[in-house]
Design a protein around this ligand. Structure first.
Ligand code: SDX
Length: 421
């Protein structure tokens, strides 16, 4: 396959075909407007590739997800989150020496300027943690004037989010801050800074730490999703990494994206508290006159099971069993999934549970407040945003992202005097 042909007003135009390493086919329309005067129109970008990337591969038809070629199922079981950070950001799984070096740097850069606490304490305690997190990353630039895209910026973002997430929790709960420990890995440090006692030695539940680590791996990257594309978009203007990450946090906070994990829990709780039963919620989700969507269901790319949902469904059982917990919301989730998967509306539209459907059950078992669920999503996803941002900035063909449009407004007209408006 070499070219695609577009015929416009009787004239044929040829455009080169690009084939990826997994045989995906793209039509390179970089010269479309120059040669035809026309632009492509694709609201929501469902059919538009924004870049060529080597980071993450998704096969939505077959429920495949790989980070730099490694299947998510293997990574989730065999490596630590720090190894995934190294894989995504530096391009390969680390050897022992590189891993220890990365862990030491993540600990070093986990210490944030004390002034950041004053900004945090200026927010209303009841404010949503994602709004706080986005603001604090914007504030990072005031404390660490960016040196561009240096390794220091990258490490400050990768390590800092752990501390910021924990500090936000402590501030909202009215608890004293707990500093990061140099002897703990990423997930254990999150638990220590979030749930530890001020001044006390770390006391980490290994089951919980392992569950957090797996959740962070599963959420680390997902190619050109809304928040990764936002991070790329902002970075394409040569804005700092901090400003780009702050924007990515904002995009992730939306209930159609990362905010869905919180919305799933609220939906399950509503069912449990008798504000409707499973069948009612499924019918409501099918009702075109209702804006309600079955949260945690459906995906722009996966038209099969989201492989992360499969792993999380099994992990929910393991975590609850390990902690000796029994959560009725898990039973409701399973019933909801069963009813939806057998319903023609969902079957026809190939709507399956996505990463957000079961993650909330596990966060809840780990005693993470519902409002912090999307912060947990960001805790994993920041590594993917950094990787995507760097790939964009290091691309020799790098240019500012600036989509076009088709104007459908008023044609030219003259300004009437106010007495005639
Ligand atoms: C994430 O992009 C990523 O990779 C995201 C993510 C990542 O790791 O970064 O995977 C994380 O964001 C997962 C998605 C979390 N969001 C939710 O769970 C919210 C509920 N899901 C829907 O809002 C929806 O499925 C989206 C937003 C996820 C996808 O939206 P699309 O691709 O725009 O799908 P669509 O709106 O075009 O839906 C197609 C049809 C429509 O019906 P018809 O017009 O064809 O009759 O399916 C229906 C939709 O109404 N539909 C749903 C539904 N999702 C789609 N109907 C009921 N409930 C749903 N959840």
């Amino acid at each position: 396959m070499s070219n695609a042909k577009v015929t416009l007003d009787g004239t044929d135009h040829q455009f080169p075909i690009v084939e990826g390493s997994e045989n995906e086919v793209g039509i390179d329309i970089a010269k479309l407007r120059g040669s035809t005067g026309a632009v492509m129109l694709d609201p929501g970008y469902g059919n538009t590739g924004s870049c060529q990337s080597s980071i993450t591969y998704i096969d939505g038809e077959n429920g495949v997800l790989r980070y730099r070629g490694y299947p998510i199922e293997e990574l989730a079981e065999q490596v630590s989150f720090e190894e995934v950070i190294h894989l995504l950001v530096w391009g390969e799984l680390p050897n022992e020496e590189r891993l220890e070096d990365l862990k030491a740097k993540l600990t070093e850069y986990a210490v944030v300027d004390e002034g950041i606490k004053k900004i945090l304490e200026g927010f209303p305690r009841h404010a949503h943690p994602m709004a706080m997190l986005s603001s604090l990353f914007s504030a990072y630039e005031t404390y660490y004037p960016t040196t561009g895209d240096s390794e220091e910026d990258v490490l400050r973002v990768l390590a800092g989010i752990n501390t910021l997430a924990a500090y936000i929790y402590r501030y909202k709960e009215g608890l004293p801050y707990v500093y990061p420990s140099k002897d703990l890995d990423f997930s254990s440090n999150f638990l220590h800074m979030t749930y530890g006692s001020h001044g006390a030695d770390p006391d980490i539940d290994e089951v919980v730490a392992k569950a957090i680590d797996k959740l962070l791996i599963l959420h680390a990257d997902h190619e050109q999703n809304c928040s990764a594309s936002t991070t790329r978009m902002v970075g394409s203007a040569k804005a700092s990494l901090y400003a780009s990450i702050a924007a990515g946090v904002g995009a992730l906070s939306g209930p159609l994206h990362g905010g869905a994990n919180q919305a799933v829990l609220e939906m399950l709780r509503n069912i449990q508290e008798g504000e409707g039963d499973v069948a009612e919620y499924v019918e409501l989700a099918k009702d075109k006159s209702s804006s309600f969507r079955l949260m945690g269901f459906g995906h722009r790319v996966y038209k099969n099971f989201d492989p992360r949902a499969k792993i999380l469904k099994a992990s929910a059982d393991d975590v609850l069993d390990s902690l000796g917990l029994d959560d009725p919301l898990l039973d409701i989730a399973r019933e909801l999934e069963q009813v939806a998967l057998e319903d023609e509306f969902f079957v026809k539209r190939r709507l399956y549970p996505n990463v957000d459907f079961y993650s909330g059950i596990i966060y809840r078992a780990l005693e993470i407040p519902t409002e912090m669920f999307t912060v947990m999503f960001a805790l994993g996803r920041v590594s993917g945003w950094v990787a995507q941002w760097q790939e964009m900035r290091n691309d020799p063909a790098f240019r500012i992202h600036r989509p076009r449009q088709i104007y459908i407004g008023e044609n030219e007209r003259s300004v009437p005097p106010i007495s005639e408006r």
